[in-house]
Ligand binder design. Structure first.
Ligand SMILES: [Zn+2]
Length: 272
């Protein structure tokens, strides 16, 4: 699933390529991805111009004129591309046509992705953006400590909660646990201020590195121009079961935590 760095990569590409364009029409091949409905989106998007493209958590937000917002959530396997890709045509859910004849194609193998069109007053409530927690990269250490200080729960589960920190998913949660040296099953309430400061640094580092390398392309993520992210080459634990830890050479372990495949080093990550 694309996480914060992958979505940020897409948003940066769209900022360059899509701002200023005007929607001509939208074709819906899988109408259930559209909210509130395909007909409403098709009727209202005509003639709207893209003023900006931003991100909140894992949501892509097109800021449109007439105070409208087009919001896209890629979920597990959604993709936004400027070109049709061989082998992926049958997964196309929507095609946005612009007045300059360009097309932006939304395809989704597992069809969990969503396209929303609402006005600026409604969109946060209707998309779930209103329930998101803080943007991790816009949170300073002091605020982070305040957020986690009185919190109880399992470290990995807490990192995955979008209502606390928005945008961290399975990959970056595992990488952050490894970098901070804590076992993913650690209890937050047993971590002191120094531990939490380490965790803060790790989350910041892992997300920033992910953005720097244009995201991870291990499953389905590609940029809007079809380019692969490079961050999979820099992952320390995720997807490395049985491979030697880069710090201690012991094999990386895999377990299920928070219902997700979780990678860690038994030797380097202490359970609090
Ligand atoms: Zn190790």
């Amino acid at each position: 699933m694309p996480e914060l760095p992958e979505v940020e990569t897409i948003v940066r590409e769209l900022k360059q390529a899509a701002v200023g364009k005007k929607f001509w029409k939208v074709e819906g091949r899988l109408k259930s991805v559209f909210m509130p409905s395909f007909d409403a989106v098709a009727r209202n998007i005509k003639g709207l111009r893209i003023l900006d493209v931003t991100r909140r958590g894992k949501y892509i937000i097109f800021v449109l004129d007439k105070k409208m917002r087009l919001v896209i959530h890629l979920r597990m396997t959604g993709r936004l591309m400027w070109k049709k890709v061989k082998g992926r045509e049958k997964f196309i859910c929507a095609i946005f046509y612009f007045s300059d004849a360009r097309q932006l194609i939304f395809s989704d193998v597992r069809k969990f992705g969503k396209i929303y069109l609402y006005n600026e007053k409604e969109f946060e409530k209707r998309t779930g953006i209103g329930r998101l927690g803080r943007e991790p990269l816009e949170t300073d250490l002091k605020t982070f400590l305040k957020m986690f200080d009185s919190r109880r729960g399992i470290l990995k589960n807490t990192l995955l909660r979008q209502d606390i920190l928005a945008g961290v998913g399975n990959i970056y949660a595992d990488e952050s646990c490894f970098r901070s040296g804590f076992h993913p099953s650690s209890r937050i309430e047993k971590m002191d201020k120094k531990d939490l400061a380490k965790l803060y640094e790790a989350v910041q580092y892992c997300l920033n590195e992910g953005i720097l390398h244009c995201g991870v392309s291990v499953s389905d993520f590609v940029g809007t121009r079809g380019t692969l992210g490079k961050h999979q080459n820099y992952l320390q634990v995720y997807g490395r079961k049985g491979d030697p830890c880069y710090l201690c050479s012991k094999p990386i372990q895999k377990m299920v935590a928070a219902g997700r495949g979780t990678f860690y080093c038994l030797n380097c990550q202490k359970k609090k």
